[in-house]
Unconditional design. Sequence first.
Length: 296
Amino acid sequence: MTKPDWIAVDWGTTHARAWAMSGGDVLAEAPRGPGMGELARDAFEPALLAMIDGWDIAPATPVIACGMVGARQGWAEAGYRAVPATPLAAGMTRVACNDPRLDLRIVAGLSQAAPPDVMRGEETQIAGFLSLNADFDGAICLPGSHSKWVQISAGEVVSFRTMMTGELYAALSTHTVLRHSVGDGWDADAFAQAVSATLSRPEGLAATLFSIRASGLLGDQGPGQAAARLSGLLIGAELAAAKPYWLGLPVALIGDATLAGHYATALQTQGAHVIRTRAETLTLHGLTAAYRLMKG
């Protein structure tokens, strides 16, 4: 029977993951559980217990959790730490549990006053990356529904910006006239051309978006080309806005392999030095760093 020294939990909006840990080693991974979006506050503890059912949990076993579990709508609000700051701190939000086997602590997110911005969950991945790359100075990009661009210097998050690129893609491709054009498939050349178009002229984005629909009506543009063009236009506009983060600096990409690959292609066409990573591995390294901070 699996007997963890501590339990690592990454609890997002759509699903939760938990690992039985011994120091920095994974003993076992639990089946995925429901995300924050599906749970009332009093349902988090039963959901976690269902995930780790079958493990031999000693009394007061530390549970270190990150992600949306600490949001206002989560198990308990963990708050934010203002940047500039290290990604993690020893002080975490301790949550009382009904089961005496659980000693739960939630990692705080990070906040920025001007321009106003917040992150929750990404700080743990950043900490994981820095635990493996202690001397890194540059930018970290975390592509996704809400992409994050993060400036790192001397082990601290100096500033960051959130771009709603992924959510814009989902909305435009399913709830606008572009839904009639965008479909499955991919065209690398169409993507590269679209990135270049909005990187050089981001103010033309609205007009260029409609050209995706017009090209499908007047030419032989297929659904894969349309998908690649839409993605390229939006990522190009994001890179234009994030240029102070990546221009002349190394960029570490943390995220889904396919999406991160598109960002890597776009950045490399601009001469950026790109570092690819494995997001899940970094989350575990970050949770391990938080556990060690807690232990002192």
